[in-house]
Ligand binder design. Structure first.
Ligand SMILES: Cc1cc2nc3c(=O)[nH]c(=O)nc-3n(C[C@H](O)[C@H](O)[C@H](O)COP(=O)(O)OP(=O)(O)OC[C@H]3O[C@@H](n4cnc5c(N)ncnc54)[C@H](O)[C@@H]3O)c2cc1C
Length: 462
């Protein structure tokens, strides 16, 4: 269908009035995420506060063949929201209502624009919490759409494990619910998990029913330095294998620790570190920390500090929370290129060691952070925004890293998603299954209006 953008926008305004903005600053703000991909502004932005606004915008766009891009908080890091073919961004931040909390069932339903911190504030007096934590205060809709995870996933799982059902507007404007509130179901195809991780290419999620977890009675936090990344990863793996139910276990490499010391005025050893957290009873979290300390010592771990006191725990973990801004300060004015791979845990130490060797030969600095309990790690490369050579070097590094991860039976992205950045690796990772994904996409979105140009590589020519 040919697109007459002006007619489509007139149609949109006639239905949604001043919810539609075509102001240049608004379009530009919604034309990028936190990645290094350039701004690609949409033709208009619709500010939705209810499902009906989303459905109306999608129907109008479908009528005119105009792309539709859902937008949560714009914290994605692979060029997810860029409007590569123009179109309409639907900003869901105004859909910010927690619709229901059922403490007895340990679940809740939220609108897509609710952020994870907002949800946890809302849950504060219930004794429950929502554990998925990608660091950024992302929207629950965006987190579902990217199948996000983060520091807590080793204990509580990813969005794939914590979403019970979704309500979504499909590309033709139909509204579907993918499930009920039952904890499990064998009823039909699993559309919930089809939409989770679809990055807005199959529909716009408007409501999400989430699994909640009991707040632990006690929490302990620990920090430990290691002589090498391999030693740290081995200690983390052995801790988990020995049955310690670690809630978080994060690896930071030497350069990242140097960055944190400089940024926050700390004096940690400039050596690889593990940051750990344990959840359980008061006695249990003390036992878990002590068992981990013993395992860490066997791997050369030193300066093991741990605490159950909130103030001290916060102090210990602040360094991990500061990791991203601290890395940025290693090279003020730089543009970060962030990459993310995940491999079987047994292959993680070798994969990180190879990445470190590769980094040593790079023209730009790069730090490593890992959710090592899951075999997942990120490299943050700090590039000069004006240097094409540095960006080419970062791209080549990313290529080598992903190839290594795939050779180890890993994945090109453990949690950040595909967006524009990882499209080129999808066929390598999934082979013929990519064509099955394309058939699903074509069946649901025959006009190709939902976040076009993302996830799937261009179809084979001929
Ligand atoms: C410093 C930093 C650290 C990060 N660390 C992590 C981490 O540890 N783990 C992790 O998983 N991620 C991490 N991220 C990435 C990011 O926070 C996640 O991908 C997050 O889930 C994106 O949510 P959002 O609301 O910002 O979505 P957006 O960036 O707005 O959108 C992301 C994608 O989801 C689609 N989308 C958004 N809302 C909807 C909806 N309602 N329906 C359908 N599609 C939708 C968009 O079209 C887009 O394709 C990090 C980002 C930053 C900047």
């Amino acid at each position: 269908m040919s697109t007459n953008v002006d007619a489509a926008l007139d149609d949109l305004r006639s239905q949604l009035g001043d919810r539609v903005s075509t102001a240049a600053a608004v379009r530009e703000q919604h034309g990028h995420d936190e990645s290094g991909w350039p701004v690609m502004a949409p033709d208009a932005v619709v500010f939705a506060t209810e499902r009906g606004h989303v459905a109306t915008a999608v129907v109008v766009c479908a009528r005119h063949g105009l792309p539709v891009i859902a937008y949560g908080t714009g914290t994605a890091v692979e060029g997810h929201v860029q409007a590569v073919r123009g179109g309409v961004v639907i900003d869901l931040a105004g859909m910010d209502q927690v619709l229901r909390v059922s403490p007895g069932d340990m679940d809740c339903t939220v609108q897509a624009g609710v952020t994870r911190k907002q949800l946890n504030r809302h849950l504060r007096d219930t004794g429950l919490f929502f554990p998925v934590d990608p660091g950024a205060d992302a929207s629950i809709g965006g987190m579902a759409a990217t199948r996000a995870s983060g520091t807590n996933a080793v204990r509580y799982g990813t969005m794939a494990h914590n979403v019970l059902s979704l309500t979504a507007v499909l590309p033709d404007g139909r509204v579907i619910e993918t499930g009920r509130r039952a904890r499990k179901s064998s009823a039909g195809y699993d559309l919930t998990h089809l939409l989770i991780g679809a990055e807005g290419t199959l529909g716009v999620i408007t409501d999400i029913t989430l699994r909640l977890h009991g707040l632990p009675e006690a929490i302990s936090a620990a920090v430990c330095a290691f002589p090498s990344v391999e030693a740290a990863v081995q200690a983390a793996s052995e801790t988990i294998q020995s049955g310690v139910p670690v809630a978080r276990v994060e690896l930071l490499d030497e350069l990242q620790m140097r960055a944190i010391n400089a940024y926050a005025g700390l004096d940690h050893a400039e050596a690889p570190h593990l940051f750990l957290e344990f959840h359980g009873s008061s006695a249990g979290v003390a036992e878990q920390a002590e068992a981990t300390q013993a395992i860490a010592a066997e791997h050369g771990g030193t300066a093991f500090q741990w605490s159950t006191r909130e103030e001290e725990r916060n102090r210990l973990w602040q360094a991990r929370h500061d990791a991203f801004p601290a890395a940025m300060q290693l090279r003020p004015g730089c543009r970060p290129v962030i990459t993310d791979v995940c491999v079987p845990v047994s292959a993680l130490a070798g994969c990180i060691a190879r990445a470190q060797e590769d980094l040593a030969a790079m023209p730009v600095p790069g730090t490593i952070l890992g959710h090592v309990g899951d075999g997942n790690f990120h490299v943050i490369l700090l590039c000069d925004p004006d240097s094409e050579e540095e960006h080419a070097a970062a791209k080549a590094f990313n290529q080598r890293l992903v190839e290594q991860a795939l050779a180890l039976d890993g994945t090109c992205t453990g949690e950040h998603g595909v967006g524009l950045g990882k499209r080129g690796f999808l066929a390598r990772e999934h082979g013929d299954a990519v064509e099955v994904m394309r058939a699903v996409k074509n069946a649901l979105d025959p006009q190709g209006i939902m976040n076009p140009g993302k996830i799937l590589p261009d179809p084979p020519s001929g």
